[in-house]
Design a protein around this ligand. Structure first.
Ligand code: SF4
Length: 413
């Protein structure tokens, strides 16, 4: 099988991993003599975010989509009827370097099905990174998927070469994992996450105490992340977010990625027939940001009785509508913590408000400059020239103002 065909199979097999989303970019090239560079081939190239917030393109592939395990939600499981392929270490190294030189990518995202044993597979994955770094002095970004059952020494070596390491927690509840992925062991997953955290902490400490000029041993400077599949089991949003909060707290993860389950060919009967609405994944990301950057607890974000986030409105707006007694908030006096709870206010907008009000009071005309959506924010805030009518905030129908307008379904012609 030629490398091009392997790339087709192994890039397609990697697309279900949400840790870096598929780019979906348009194809462009400079073959007509105009411009420089190309996005072709888009195959296997995804976009991800570097620790400094830059959007970077990564070559996202599996080393192989053959796998000993039979995780029911996975298209690469042992009993799946898909074409199989396997890259050699040198093929992945060469592809990465070729794509890098042509400016298609700024790094590599490498995962693999488990073949022979966890240690053998991890050794293969690490070998790609080792060769790129040591033989070719590759300075681009490397994200490696870690196999939890692999030997500690291999994982330590992976951290030496990778910028980021990730281990997929797969599903939010232990009981679901036992049902859907019987070969996977939640204890091994959590134990390895714990070890990664210790190594990350040690590396951070080392950087602090190492005298100037000496470099402390490097270990995955972009930290560790994980992915949870949403909608493959019956876990509600509250359970999912509780699991995330626990993961962030216990293992200091940089990110939890939520990947809406997508039905796969020849799926097991234990799996739902349809994918959950994509907007559910989006709402979970919004809720995740509220936990990490806006000072919310899970218990505040999800309505206890229902356990699910609203699909119609974002979770901060839903919280504000449940706590109208805390509004309106005077933008020119409120604390940073209270400003962060106003619907439509992002973290940057809050910083800009605080900077602005040091010199002058904030008026309604300033909202556009601060990138604050007027319609969403005005019922909840007091400005020097605006105070919402009391009946507006108390109105039972206020929520209707924010819900998406009903649209007639298309006829397909
Ligand atoms: S171990 Fe990974 S690649 Fe293999 S079946 Fe499970 S999820 Fe898929």
């Amino acid at each position: 099988m030629d490398v091009q065909r392997k790339l087709e199979i192994l890039a397609d097999a990697a697309k279900y991993d949400a840790s870096c989303a598929s780019s979906g970019t348009e194809k462009r090239d400079s073959r007509d003599g105009k411009g420089i560079g190309s996005t072709d081939p888009g195959m296997g190239i995804c976009h991800s975010y570097a620790p400094d917030g830059r959007c970077i393109s990564l070559l996202k592939v599996l080393l192989t989509n053959a796998c000993n395990y039979d995780c029911l939600y996975c298209v690469n499981r042992a009993t799946s009827n898909v074409p199989r392929a396997r890259f050699t270490i040198d093929e992945v190294v060469k592809l990465t370097l070729d794509f890098y030189r042509r400016n298609y990518i700024e790094g590599l995202f490498l995962s693999s099905g488990i073949i022979r044993s966890a240690d053998y597979t991890m050794e293969q994955v690490v070998s790609v990174a080792r060769k790129l770094r040591e033989q070719h002095h590759f300075r681009g970004y490397i994200h490696l998927k870690t196999i939890p059952e692999a030997d500690d020494a291999l994982i330590a070596e992976a951290g030496k070469y990778a910028d980021r390491l990730s281990i997929n927690i797969e599903v939010p509840e232990e009981t679901s994992l036992a049902k859907l992925a019987p070969e996977k062991n939640v204890r091994a997953i959590r134990r390895t996450m714990g070890r990664l955290r210790l190594k990350l902490d040690e590396a951070q400490e080392g950087r602090k105490v190492t005298p100037k000029g000496n470099t402390a041993p490097r270990f995955a400077p972009a930290g560790q992340s994980t992915q949870m599949i949403i909608g493959a089991d019956t876990a509600n949003d509250q359970t999912i977010l509780n699991t995330s909060a626990n993961l962030y707290g216990s293992y200091r993860l940089k990110r939890v990625y939520y990947s809406a389950f997508s039905p796969i060919p020849d799926a097991s009967r234990s799996l739902p027939l349809a994918a959950p609405p994509l907007v559910r994944e989006h709402r979970l990301y919004q809720a995740d940001w509220l936990m990490r950057f806006y000072g919310f607890d899970v218990g505040e974000i999800v309505e206890q009785t229902e356990g699910m986030l609203s699909l119609d409105i974002d979770p901060k707006l839903a919280w504000a509508l449940r706590h109208r007694d805390r509004f309106p908030i005077d933008i020119n006096r409120a604390s940073r913590e209270d400003l962060l709870r106003v619907p439509g206010f992002g973290t940057k907008a809050v910083e800009r408000i605080i900077a602005t009000r040091r010199f002058t009071s904030v008026r309604s005309a300033d909202l556009a400059r601060l990138h604050i959506p007027r319609n969403k924010a005005l019922p909840f805030i007091v400005l020097s020239d605006h105070r919402p009518a009391p009946h507006l905030l108390d109105a039972a129908g206020l929520i209707e103002r924010f819900k998406p307008k009903p649209a007639q379904l298309g006829f397909g012609f």
